[in-house]
Design a protein around this ligand. Structure first.
Ligand code: 13P
Length: 251
């Protein structure tokens, strides 16, 4: 069956990459994307902010998209060490990840902060990828769907549409662990997310839902074929060009 939503394969490099190796990685991914010549999927990398400008420049014309991993809620001001959505846009970003579980946990980001960051992305003309996901304890307590619903209701700004929102479902226990939910579990979580979005976003059927957590070349085809999965948010496997391109090809 033809897909109605344009798949998005996004690589989150997290805090990895020094100039030489990172540029080589970005160029290798860009070459693969250019060779793929895909019009039926989008491929995005989110490198560390220090390399964003150089990488955006290096991959120009390849079709590979570049995004940020986080942004501040304000456009500018006295916020030492922070980076605004406008700054990301200024150096070539088209997307920004907001509300990644590592930031929710390590930086205490609440749903309200994530929502404000998604709005900041809009203000700057970026497409926010809003991350949600339950912990293992929440899953084992049978609360996963409640957690996803609470996070969505708190993190998705009023006024979101299918064109201005991407949601990434990343079960915290699957991130960097090599563990993934079963395909039916992924499909069930995504169906639940889409149902909740139905009450929040007009045209929720068109919102792209990415799965993230231990996606690699060998499991991508199966995960991407699960119901309501419109792409992947990839961590570790995004740091190897051939592995990341294998995921992009698996769409
Ligand atoms: P891994 O692919 O390394 O599990 O990381 C997933 C992730 O957190 C992407 O944002």
């Amino acid at each position: 069956m033809a897909r109605t939503r344009l798949p998005l394969i996004a690589g989150n490099w997290k805090m990895n990459g020094l100039t030489a190796d990172a540029l080589a990685l970005a160029k290798a991914v860009a070459a693969g994307v250019k060779q793929g010549g895909w019009t039926d999927r989008e491929v995005l990398i989110c490198p560390p902010v220090t390399l964003l400008m150089a990488i955006a420049e290096a991959v120009k014309g390849s079709g590979l998209l570049v995004g940020g991993q986080d942004c501040h809620v304000k456009a500018s001001g006295a916020c030492t060490g922070d980076v605004s959505a406008e700054m990301l846009k200024d150096v070539g970003a088209s997307h920004v990840i907001v509300g990644h579980s590592e930031r929710r946990t390590d930086c205490g980001e609440t749903d309200a902060v994530v929502r404000d960051k998604a709005e900041a992305a809009w203000r700057a003309g970026l497409l926010p990828i809003v991350c949600i996901g339950e912990t293992l304890a929440e899953r084992e307590a049978g609360k996963a769907f409640d957690v996803l619903e609470t996070q969505l209701k708190g993190s998705v700004p009023v006024g979101a549409t299918a064109a201005t929102l991407v949601v990434a479902y990343e079960p915290v226990w699957a991130i960097g662990t090599g563990k993934t939910p079963t395909t039916p579990d992924v499909a069930a979580a995504h169906a639940h997310i889409r149902k909740v979005l139905g009450g929040l976003v007009p045209g929720a059927a068109g919102v792209r839902l990415l799965y993230g957590g231990s996606v690699k070349g060998s499991n991508a085809a199966e995960l991407l074929a699960a119901g309501d999965v419109d792409g992947a948010l990839v961590g570790g496997a995004a740091l190897k060009a051939d592995e990341f391109l294998a995921i992009a090809k698996a769409v």
